[in-house]
Design a protein around this ligand. Structure first.
Ligand SMILES: NC(=O)c1ccc[n+]([C@@H]2O[C@H](COP(=O)([O-])OP(=O)(O)OC[C@H]3O[C@@H](n4cnc5c(N)ncnc54)[C@H](O)[C@@H]3O)[C@@H](O)[C@H]2O)c1
Length: 348
């Protein structure tokens, strides 16, 4: 099988913990070089994942002719400069979410990739989880009827860490909502095929002393009239929240815990209501028994890398595009604006 020759920019948390291990399981990958401004991190990943080269600057990595695609997993404030340089060097780009500090910058990245004729994919890898794929199928097969309501939650415990880039909104583009809520927004749109048309929300810093939001809740009106809620927090102990995903339609529901995660797993119940049921004044909720969804679990990072690699090898569009990344970033920005101005805004 043909393989894509990869370079990795940023060998920190997500690259070393998830994406590089996932990459090693992909069948269309050859890892050529890794780069991190922390040379030790680059050297460590070179040894661990059997790359040919380790660099402490992206220029040397991009100068390697053999590299066809780069995975950008550096802090968000570095993304624009590195994506511009990679596009100019004619490397296809898989970039981590959020694509850049602002949606304007993300649009500039997409334009640069178009101009240079390279592909741009975005690391919204939770779409590839088998449970999410199966949920999407249930919804598109009409099993839930018309979608009327949904909610997605992603939280973690993220106390003050002095000097941390993610806790400084000028370096990260935003806190819990931009960092984690963005996955939830993307999943709700992806699974249901609906698009947000209006957004409002709240974001604030309630528990910690950093300037990025540690608490957020947003509401979206979708293009079929359904309402969707997303909550993302940095101030809930990891074990205390189950990262719920709930989708309700006129014929039933999907209720999931733990599927919104970096590791495939969780627990999903599906309840399909009988069309012949009339109005029940007693509102008996026990008549129907939910069915547990059964899927074959995999590695969403492996699937993400294989999918982008196939787009490169086959000359097709990436499954998760720059436009997708810009869309969810705009929703987050509209919610931040709503939190300040107390208005509901249309998504443009
Ligand atoms: N999709 C996911 O599952 C997921 C999960 C976590 C983070 N992310 C995203 O991945 C990106 C990185 O996040 P992280 O949690 O790995 O951050 P991190 O801070 O753990 O790691 C970042 C790494 O980049 C290095 N670095 C700093 N400046 C650099 C530069 N100029 N060039 C190259 N490397 C540089 C640091 O030394 C560090 O090793 C962010 O965009 C983040 O939102 C995605």
């Amino acid at each position: 099988m043909n393989k894509v020759k990869w370079g990795v920019i940023g060998c920190g948390g997500i690259a070393d913990r998830r994406t590089l291990p996932g990459m090693m399981l992909a069948d269309n990958v050859e890892l050529i070089a890794v780069m991190d401004t922390n040379k030790e991190a680059a050297e460590r990943c070179k040894e661990k994942y059997n790359a040919k080269y380790a660099f402490d600057n992206y220029e040397e990595l991009l100068a390697l002719d053999e590299i066809q695609a780069v995975y950008i997993a550096s802090p968000v404030f570095c993304h624009k400069e590195q994506a511009f340089a990679a596009a100019k060097a004619k490397k296809h780009i898989l970039i981590e979410k959020p694509m850049a500090l602002t949606s304007e910058e993300s649009v500039e990245i997409l334009d640069a990739c178009k101009k240079e004729g390279v592909k741009l994919g975005v690391g919204l890898m939770m779409r590839f989880a088998a449970y999410h794929q199966e949920m999407k199928k249930l919804v598109s097969d009409g099993k839930l009827g018309d979608i009327v309501s949904m909610r997605a939650q992603l939280t973690c415990w993220y106390p003050d860490i002095p000097g941390n880039w993610r806790q400084n909104k000028d370096l990260s583009g935003g806190g819990a909502l931009m960092d984690m809520g963005i996955h939830c927004i993307d999943l709700l749109q992806y699974i249901t095929g609906l698009k947000a048309v209006e957004v409002t929300g709240f974001a604030g810093t309630q528990t910690f002393s950093y300037n990025a939001d540690d608490s957020s809740a947003i509401v979206m009106k979708m293009d079929n009239g359904a309402f969707a809620m997303v909550d993302a927090n940095f101030n809930i102990p990891d074990a205390a929240a189950k990262c719920k995903l709930e989708i309700y339609g006129t014929k039933g529901s999907i209720m999931a815990e733990g599927t919104i995660s970096q590791v495939e797993g969780g627990d999903v119940s599906v309840l399909i209501s009988d069309d012949s049921l009339g109005y029940d004044a007693a509102q008996n909720r026990d008549e129907l028994v939910p069915v547990k969804l059964d899927v074959e679990l995999g590695n969403m990072y492996t699937k993400e890398i294989e999918s982008f690699g196939n787009a490169v090898l086959n000359g097709t569009a990436p499954e998760i595009t720059g436009e997708d990344g810009i869309n969810v970033q705009k929703i987050v920005e509209n919610a931040y604006k709503a939190s300040e101005t107390k208005i509901i805004s249309e998504l443009k």
